[in-house]
Design a protein around this ligand. Structure first.
Ligand code: RIB
Ligand code: CA
Length: 313
């Protein structure tokens, strides 16, 4: 079976970094057509720099990296240095990138790629706020029917919020963008906190990364060592939740996940619950299903896959 063609839209972020490494280590299943950076965990200059740092850590400086939107559609940017550190990739000491950013805007790369590739053969993998993706949909409505699927990390139902009591960070930063995406009619698969909070980097799992002894393995151990403290303090978690790598793992082995095809709508009006993913998990409304919303993960299988693939880098 030929590899799945994807564009990774990202705001690295240590967990984004692990998702990118997993994708680049899995060429049989995934062909990364390009990486588009968006403002999110840290401002755009850092996310577009960090994306290149990760490509070089993977030994793939040929990957095309584009800078995208530096702020949400209609709100000021909210960042998450309190989770990811000042650089967005705190933890390991990684060299500045040698590879250059591609010319052109990330949104135009998304549009041009979708128009150039056969319809229905490119998957978008947003790992941060949905600003780039929503902007592309607004600028070029014709691409809606050309997107194979959107597999994104964002939202929450049973886990509710991580940046506010009711909202997950990626959706909260740009709820208007999320609303556009979830109303687009495109096939959407969602990796919410309900799943990612079950993908915890426990000490044995972190030890397994470090035991790889490779630059990538040790860097991932150091990244997750750093960014686990937010969740340990807030939730008493037993390790860092690997949010974004759930997206890449799904593309490699969807059987690691289970969920429901349900209606998911985005709160964009209430300041109290702004950015909430109102997921009709129990089917109590007659709203049309618009997303496959994941609820569970085979965490041991996920970490076995991730560790085996990181060993390849
Ligand atoms: O809420 C978790 C999400 O927000 C992850 O994608 C993390 O990288 C941050 O972007
Ligand atoms: Ca992210």
């Amino acid at each position: 079976m030929s590899p799945r063609k994807i564009i990774i839209d990202t705001d690295p972020g240590q967990d984004d970094a692990v998702a990118i490494l997993l994708a680049l280590a899995s060429p049989e299943e995934i062909e990364v057509l390009g990486i588009t950076a968006v403002a999110g965990n840290v401002p755009l200059p850092l996310t577009s720099k960090n994306a290149r740092i990760v490509c070089e850590l993977a030994g793939k400086p040929e990957v095309k990296v584009f800078a995208g939107c530096d702020a949400p559609l209609s709100r000021p940017l909210v960042t998450a240095e309190h989770v990811h550190g000042k650089t967005g990739l705190d933890g390991p000491d990684l060299p500045d990138p040698q590879m250059a950013l591609q010319d052109g805007h990330a949104v135009d790369f998304i549009i041009e790629t979708l128009r150039a590739e056969p319809a229905g053969t490119v998957t978008l993998c947003p790992l941060g706020p949905l600003t780039n993706v929503a902007t592309a949909l607004q600028k070029a409505p014709d691409i809606v029917d050309r997107i194979q699927e959107i597999v994104l990390m964002g939202g929450a139902y049973f886990e509710v919020g991580n940046i506010t009591p009711t909202a997950e960070f990626n959706i909260y930063v740009d709820p208007e963008a999320a609303d556009i995406v979830f109303k687009s009619g495109i096939r959407i698969t969602v990796m919410p906190l309900d799943v990612t909070h079950k993908a915890l980097v426990t000490k044995p799992r972190n030890d397994a990364f470090r035991a790889l002894g490779t630059a990538a393995g040790v860097a991932v151990a150091e990244m997750t060592d750093f960014f686990e403290r937010f969740d340990k303090e807030k939730y008493g978690s037993n390790g860092a939740p690997l949010h974004d790598p759930c997206v890449t793992a799904y593309l490699i082995n969807p059987d690691l996940f289970t969920g429901r095809h349900i209606n998911v709508e985005i709160e964009t009006a209430s300041e109290l619950t702004l950015g909430m993913t109102v997921a009709d998990w129990w089917g109590v409304t007659d709203r049309a299903p618009n997303a496959t919303f994941m609820g569970d993960i085979d965490a041991d299988g996920f970490f076995a896959l991730l560790t085996e693939r990181l060993a390849r880098l």
